[in-house]
Design a protein around this ligand. Structure first.
Ligand code: DQA
Length: 145
């Protein structure tokens, strides 16, 4: 099994970005945790981050045929992007939405998630561990693993 982990804008600044909300660990720490988890699960993983909406759309489209499932934290685009939702619906790969913070307890504008409609599951407020839970879920629900 080959999982693509996609991260949206400002997640490259983890560690320095609002540590009271997102914690002190860095994006590099997150990548290392995800890679370690993939080893434990015996699966392949690729982790990417971009600040650009269209790049996320491109990566989702290109995932078809290469990856079996997607873990996605679209960050702020969660709350705004119909384009990312449409790409996710188009490729129909199993997908899990992850948020580091508990978006349900934050501002009103964070209560809407466009991507959720294309995801099998949403994990929010579990910190970096949420990504690992998403990987476990996808690995245990895959037919070829
Ligand atoms: C986030 C929550 C979003 O509302 C925010 O815009 C982010 C990160 C999270 O992981 O908690 O950038 O997706």
């Amino acid at each position: 099994m080959n999982i693509l982990v996609l991260n949206g804008p400002n997640l490259n600044l983890l560690g320095q970005r609002e540590p009271g909300i997102y914690g002190a660990r860095t994006y590099k720490d997150l990548c290392a945790m995800i890679e370690e988890k993939a080893k434990q699960l015996g699966i392949a993983v690729e982790v990417r981050q971009t600040n650009h909406e269209g790049v996320l759309v491109d990566w989702i489209q290109q995932a078809l045929g290469t990856f079996d499932a997607i873990v996605i934290n679209p960050a702020a685009y969660t709350h705004t992007s119909v384009a990312i939702l449409d790409a996710a619906k188009a490729v129909t790969l199993p997908m899990v939405e992850v948020h580091i913070s508990d978006v349900s307890k934050r501002e009103d504008f964070r209560q809407v998630s466009y991507i959720r409609a294309a995801c099998q599951k949403t994990i929010a407020g579990h910190g970096f561990e949420g990504y690992l839970e998403a990987m476990e879920y996808l690995a245990s629900n895959s037919i070829d693993n």
